[in-house]
Design a binder for this molecule. Structure first.
Ligand code: FES
Length: 119
């Protein structure tokens, strides 16, 4: 394994970790303190660790055949399995928003819009 280290940034958390080349995005997330829910711990069974990369971003190695089969067309939209994608450069990763946080955020945005309407 290479000893080169790269910064992996996570949004919307705004956290990052500096990890060795070849580290999985899931391990990088854990290093950064970003929670990505999983059930299979990297065995490609749960598919819960999907993250999104900027299309064409080069900070991870190309997917192996097994990951290609699991993700299909989603790969074209920058989706990768965090447990399989290996870091090989600086990269920004978008993690799925927690459903509860999403519900709270949407409620706050709706409330803000209503408040703005009455001003
Ligand atoms: S951790 Fe289950 S598929 Fe990645």
């Amino acid at each position: 394994m290479s000893t080169e280290r790269y910064t992996v940034s996570f949004t919307p958390e705004g956290k990052s970790a500096r990890v060795r080349s070849g580290t999985s995005l899931l391990a990088a997330a854990r290093t950064a303190g970003v929670h990505i829910p999983v059930r299979c711990e990297g065995k490609m069974g749960c598919l819960m660790c999907k993250v999104t990369l900027e299309p064409g971003s080069g900070g991870v190695l190309p997917p192996a055949e097994a990951e290609r089969r699991k993700l299909g067309a989603a790969l074209d939209h920058g989706v990768r399995l965090a447990c399989q994608a290996k870091v090989c450069g600086e990269i920004s990763v978008e993690t799925p928003e927690d459903p509860l946080k999403r519900a709270v955020r949407l409620q706050l945005e709706k409330q803000r819009e209503e408040d703005d309407f009455w001003r």
